[in-house]
Write a protein that binds this ligand. Structure first.
Ligand SMILES: [Zn+2]
Length: 193
């Protein structure tokens, strides 16, 4: 380490210690770590930090540090540093799990919307209209009604089939294929391109 780097380290650690009131006596890392989203929070030393680790003193004072700042400071208990690192890992893992859950929820919503869109398109297509108009007709129906019933039934079966896939992402992809195939089968169906 160059002299300049060493001096800046010493100055930094001094600032850090000042933020603890000049002594670590009575201070403890609380186990609370907050995420500011980006490096807009401040460590006691003045550094910009993203993850804020909260320290508490038994007299009620509190202080905030980053995890890197404390790493090399001789007066910080290494077990606290280890706890901070573990807490940061746990926080990041939880955030990743939360993001995944949110993504799944959004995809599930997208599946619902896609199914509703397809159902509406089928219902409003000439096939759908013809089937509904003849809903009460039992027994023999003309070829056009028969064909329309088959087509509508097949379309609903294709949608149900897509919904048996494991992930909403897979379901969405299959529903998109269903939409494309329906567009041809229901050549005049209003399902875009
Ligand atoms: Zn710092």
């Amino acid at each position: 380490m160059t002299n300049a780097a060493l001096e800046s380290r010493v100055a930094h650690d001094k600032d850090l210690l000042v933020s603890f009131g000049g002594s670590m006596d009575g201070w403890e890392y609380t186990g609370v770590v907050l995420d500011a989203g980006k490096a807009v929070a401040k460590c006691g030393c003045g550094h910009a930090i993203r993850y804020e680790f909260v320290w508490g003193h038994k007299d009620g004072r509190s202080n905030i540090t980053g995890s890197v700042c404390v790493n090399n400071a001789a007066f910080i208990d290494p077990t606290a540093v280890a706890a901070m690192e573990a807490d940061l890992e746990a926080l990041k893992a939880k955030q990743a799990a939360d993001r995944k859950a949110a993504r799944l929820a959004a995809e599930t919503e997208a599946v619902k919307a896609k199914v509703a869109e397809l159902e509406a398109a089928i219902a409003s297509s000439p096939y759908g209209v013809l089937v509904r108009a003849n809903e009460e007709v039992r027994g023999w129906v003309g070829e056009s009604v028969y064909g329309a019933r088959l087509a509508v039934r097949g379309a609903h079966r294709a949608i149900r089939g897509a919904l048996t896939l494991k992930t909403p992402k897979g379901q969405l992809k299959r529903l998109e294929e269903v939409r494309k195939s329906l567009r041809y089968q229901f050549s005049y169906i209003n399902l875009g391109y």
